[in-house]
Design a protein around this ligand. Sequence first.
Ligand SMILES: [Cu+2]
Length: 333
Amino acid sequence: MQRRRPSFAPLAALAAAGPLALAGCNSSQSALAPRGPHAGAVDTLTWLVFAGGTLIFLAVMLLLVAAILLRRDLTAWMTGNAFIIGFGIVFPVVTLTSLLTFSAFSSRALVTPAPRLRIEVVGEQFWWRVHYLDARGAATLVTANEIRIPVDTPVEFILKAQDVIHSFWVPNLAGKLDMIPGRVNSYVFAASEPGVYRGQCAEYCGAQHALMAFHVVAAPQAEFSAWLAQQTGDAIEPATPFLARGRQLFLDAGCGACHVIRGTPADGLLGPDLTRVGSRLSLAAGTFPVNIGTLAGWTSSAQHLKPGNLMPSFGNLRGAELRAIAAYLESLK
Ligand SMILES: [Cu+2]
């Protein structure tokens, strides 16, 4: 009789899956690449629990194999009282108590620093409304889908939701926190390195939940202050007749019913503030880069590009009109 050749297919599949899984491990939007003290504390705790869990798992497997191979010699010892009390009571009590103590101290580190800046973020289907607050809690700047913060500065994030439950998550900087309609949640975190950190809605909130992302841009204090000063105030005036025509078309098409452009009659609150939309890193909550092409495409086909979002497609606008509107929006820096 011929012996069946052993099949290596499962091993090959495992070998192929390894690199694929590792490919997910780049440092952008990763909780394993902390860039601030709060994410750092979470990271330490993660590795501690992971390493401890792995050790205990290996020890249990070792005992299992020993019990199978050595049979009676060992099982006699394993059913003795000392073994059961030692590994069944003392060991779990000691490990779980020390973990609890360690994690309690880590979480204390997460809540202590006094914030020096307060930013309110409201989760909307499917984008983020961002308010920079002054000391009295009034909004000094309203923007969307992008949050700028100074480095090494604890910032308090005050989280709300407009419609359904969303979850605010910037893995490189902090853990996630839910945004719940009718409730206010808040937490403080900081970035210790300048950079652009991607965030993502982490609670399923409807059809376009996956396209509900944002960026946190951490910059040195001086750069941040300059940005904040530049962002406040009215939108810049159109510099050419073409851009002025774009603004007129924007207003005539009724975009102002849902969008604010400060300094113009556009004062609608249903959609993102567009006063400085040309200066943002992304369009439609992290979905596209901002340029004339994506702005025109979005305006004519918002429902095609992000089906079910709350902006209708303006398929009635002609090419020349779209180009003017998109050029005007792109100029709003
Ligand atoms: Cu969401």
